[in-house]
Design a protein around this ligand. Structure first.
Ligand SMILES: Cc1cc2nc3c(=O)[nH]c(=O)nc-3n(C[C@H](O)[C@H](O)[C@H](O)COP(=O)(O)OP(=O)(O)OC[C@H]3O[C@@H](n4cnc5c(N)ncnc54)[C@H](O)[C@@H]3O)c2cc1C
Length: 436
């Protein structure tokens, strides 16, 4: 094999951030996406924590993200009978702790900013490329697509979401039992709706509203122009595949929410009647036990589902995936610096180091997120004080989140909780310069 090249399968939020991190590292890559367009039509926003904004700052995306994102401010807790319970300033506290705000984005403009910041994205992100086969050889990989074309590279990164095709190929090749035997390695203890609606006057930009009831919860996240709505409903664990893309939901499916007040002026039905796009989905959760095989490695939803994340304090899956790809690129940089043409063993060591670093954090996010939603939907009423204690466990994981080791970050911001990891270089190393 000649120059080391990464084939990234999937141009979701995690695949696109991975592409930017690879480009900053001077590592050759191509992103292949089955859809006709990036970004796809979306029916819900994306909510990201301070440590992800810090990663964006290091990657040079922060100003663009600030120009399209909504800084979150107050969080209001209400009962389903319209009673006002409490207002929390948790988002301001998060910024005080970590130096960056928590922000809500529209997924389309978010993906557009990522594409804009990826140089030569028109050549490096190839759409209409549905993966149909992956062949690994001693010196590389070949990925075949439904349109009859193929790509050759050194490794494949599966950023292809919860129903990952790359994971399916890994399962076929690995010894039985290493990956889940069924088509769905995750279970969903909650189901829910998601939809976008033009912002009504009475919901304020930056505001979050929770409406609690036993076994169910409703959330409104508000930007300058829209409210992004989700619901969670406790169900006996289910494992059938659902898709987080616009799909049909009838009035009958949601009518138990209709009369629930979201604030003094509006009910759920007022918002539902005005919705732009929506759907229903199972909130899958879990972490698969093995993250790589041969020249294939998984990132994002393909390897961990942190979805029981009703609280914006969780907010959760894409964020966990973005942390993961930064860690993976750090391991690849280290490997390539010592050997520009790494063997399977070198790659296996790099992938293992990535899993060892990220798996405990992913499992903790899943655990705390689940605890949080269980507490909020408790039969005895929302246990918000207990949930606040659970939230405290996330502060050290956030402080320990990765940045790119090879990229100088002189203007990094910090809050009262210091970041534990910093780039390893003051300037770009000669290895990275040589690759760029
Ligand atoms: C209602 C709801 C709200 C959420 N809110 C948040 C939030 O606020 N914050 C947050 O961090 N997370 C949130 N999440 C989770 C978040 O959406 C996911 O974690 C995130 O989208 C995962 O990103 P990904 O890039 O790993 O996968 P995806 O976004 O699923 O992207 C995978 C891509 O791979 C492509 N692909 C799949 N198969 C193939 C193939 N065979 N060939 C080629 N391409 C392929 C797909 O078309 C897709 O574009 C939410 C989820 C739900 C359901």
């Amino acid at each position: 094999m000649g120059q080391f090249k990464v084939i990234v399968v999937g141009a979701g939020p995690v695949g696109l951030v991975l592409a930017i991190a690879l480009q900053k590292s001077g590592i050759d890559f191509v992103v292949v996406e089955q859809r006709k367009q990036v970004p796809p039509p979306t029916a819900f926003g994306i909510f990201l924590w301070p440590h992800i904004l810090r990663i964006f700052h290091q990657l040079g995306l922060y100003e663009d993200m600030q120009s399209i994102g909504q800084v979150m401010t107050k969080l209001e807790n209400r009962s389903s009978t319209g009673e006002h319970l409490e207002i929390s300033n948790s988002f301001e506290l998060l910024e005080f702790a970590h130096g960056y705000p928590t922000m809500l984005f529209d997924r389309r403009t978010f993906a557009e900013v990522l594409m804009k910041n990826l140089k030569r994205s028109d050549q490096l992100v190839k759409t209409n490329k549905k993966v149909t086969n992956i062949t690994t050889r001693k010196d590389g990989v070949t990925v075949d697509f439904a349109d009859g074309t193929s790509e050759r590279g050194s490794i494949v990164v599966g950023a292809d979401g919860v129903w990952s095709t790359v994971r399916d190929f890994m399962r076929e090749r690995a010894p039985p039992g290493l990956f889940s035997e069924g088509p769905n390695p995750f279970i969903a203890p909650y189901q829910g709706l998601f939809f976008r609606v033009p912002r009504p006057e009475s919901l304020k930009p930056g505001q979050t509203v929770y409406v609690h009831q036993p076994n169910k919860q409703l959330m409104a996240l508000v930007t300058a122009t829209e409210a992004h709505m989700t619901t969670y409903e406790r169900v006996p664990d289910v494992s059938e595949r659902t898709y987080f893309s616009p799909n049909k939901v009838t009035d009958e499916d949601v009518k138990y929410w209709f009369d629930v007040p979201v604030n003094e002026q509006i009910t759920f039905k007022d918002l539902w009647d005005d919705k732009v796009m929506g759907g229903k989905v199972n909130h899958d959760e879990g972490v698969i036990p093995w993250w790589h095989w041969d020249r294939l490695v998984l990132v994002g939803d393909s390897v961990h589902k942190v979805e029981c994340s009703m609280s914006p304090f969780r907010g959760a899956g894409a964020r966990c995936g973005i942390e993961g790809v930064i860690s993976l690129v750090n391991k690849l940089n280290r490997t390539l610096n010592s050997n520009p043409d790494p063997s399977r063993q070198d790659l296996s060591r790099a992938f293992t180091a990535y899993q060892v670093e990220r798996e405990p954090a992913a499992r903790l996010w899943v655990h705390v997120s689940r605890l949080d939603i269980d507490l909020y939907t408790s039969k005895a009423g929302p246990a918000s004080k207990a949930a606040t204690f659970a939230d405290g466990r996330t502060i050290p994981i956030v402080a320990n989140s990765p940045v790119l080791d090879i990229l100088p970050f002189p203007d990094e911001k910090e809050g009262v909780v210091p970041w534990r990891r910093h780039p390893k270089a003051d300037g770009q190393s000669k290895d990275v310069k040589a690759r760029l």
